[in-house]
Design a protein around this ligand. Structure first.
Ligand code: UD1
Length: 345
């Protein structure tokens, strides 16, 4: 069974490739390396002992994309490729829509041409507009507040129209909550460009001495300690969710959304404490004002994924923190070493 992973070099993509290879899938990665480092591919090879066929191809390059489908008998596409920084999306909406929406349109057209109609899509909890102090289920009201989120939502809608036009399509929309952590080996992990936007890489960079102190965005939210509450999920659990979704799209038709979260929220200060406990490092922090666009509480009702995919997140907060820390300690500057030779197409 051959799986084409778009954006397979990136944070979630690379962890998913490891689990796919460990479970006997043939993996073909296409990535334009715009936000990833090819060293992650060598590390995947090192962790699994398996080769990955790699195409340095941009989704917007229809001809090269068609070549991949001509050269390989692809069964399922796992689609991660896309821009993902919320702030940047506000500054460069056209780039985001072009890359995330047009790129996906071209992918679907090529898939249709080659009669490959099974896909697992990397969506986000950011597509939910109503967030109160209750778990979010898949039926919650949709509506994003920034171009990044809207690009995810638009793609979800496009998939629904596609299925309405042709009932042979089978697509799982995986709505991630807050992925953190790293592979327990410490060999692959999150490698943000510049200063991290997200909480966990910021904490690990403070711990390793790259950043001075964490800025906590607000302590006046209606939460037990006043700081924002999120549903953090270990990236390996998230990766395993993709394997379950692949099984699902192989055996059914339709477009279905699934929350991938733990169902449990942690505040910013709880995360700091959990990290300090596993790392034995003190995290200096300073409480500043709220970050625009942030909500008080956001956590999943993951019961649909349990019921229909047979998936539950198994790794707890300490494992998330210790794996994130191991990755940061072993790779203080991310992926920087010289790569050995690999199969390049
Ligand atoms: C963010 C994105 C979301 C994306 C997700 C991917 C925004 C508004 N949302 O979610 O679209 O899908 O990342 O993981 O950017 N915090 C601090 N200090 C920091 C960083 C974060 O206090 O330096 C707080 C935030 O206010 C929030 C929590 O930590 O309460 C988590 O923040 P973050 O990791 O950025 O994730 P989200 O904002 O939930």
């Amino acid at each position: 069974m051959a799986i084409l992973v778009t954006g397979g070099i990136g944070y979630i993509g690379s962890h998913t490739c490891v689990e796919l290879l460990n479970n006997g899938y043939e993996v073909i990665v296409m990535d334009n390396l715009s936000n990833g480092n090819i060293i992650s591919l060598h590390r995947i090879h090192e962790l699994t002992g398996n080769q990955i066929k790699f195409y340095n191809v941009d989704l917007l390059n229809r001809d090269r994309l068609e070549d991949i489908f001509l050269e390989n008998k692809i069964d399922v596409v796992v689609h991660f490729a896309g821009y993902k920084a919320v702030g940047e999306s506000v500054e460069m909406p056209l780039c985001y829509y072009h890359n995330n929406v047009t790129g996906t349109l071209i992918l679907c057209q090529v898939m249709q041409k080659f009669n490959v109609k099974r896909m697992v899509f990397s969506s986000s909890a950011t597509v939910y507009s109503v967030r109160g102090d209750e778990p979010i289920c898949e039926e919650f009201h949709l509506g994003a507040t920034n171009p990044y989120g809207r690009s995810k939502l638009m793609v979800e809608e496009i998939f629904r129209d596609l299925y309405a036009s042709d009932n042979n399509w089978s697509i799982c929309l995986l709505r991630y909550f807050n992925p953190i952590g790293a592979h327990p080996s410490g060999r692959i992990g999150e490698d943000p460009n510049g200063i991290p936007n997200n909480l966990m890489p910021y904490i690990t960079q403070v711990a390793v001495g790259k950043l001075k102190e964490l800025r906590v965005f607000g302590n006046d939210y209606p939460t037990p300690d006043g700081t924002g509450v999120r549903d953090y999920i270990h990236v390996v659990d998230l990766a395993l969710g993709h394997l379950k979704a692949i099984e699902k799209v192989k055996s059914t038709i339709g477009v279905e959304a699934y929350n991938l979260g733990t169902g449990r929220g942690y505040s910013v200060l709880e995360m700091v404490q959990a990290f300090e406990k596993v790392s034995a490092k003190k995290i200096a922090y300073n409480i500043i004002g709220r970050r625009p666009g942030d909500v008080a509480v956001c956590y999943a009702d993951p019961s649909k994924a349990k019921r229909e995919l047979g998936w539950v997140a198994e790794r707890g907060i300490e494992e998330m923190c210790s794996d994130a820390w191991r990755w940061q300690l072993n790779n203080p500057n991310g992926y920087i070493e010289e790569p050995p030779a690999i199969i390049k197409v």
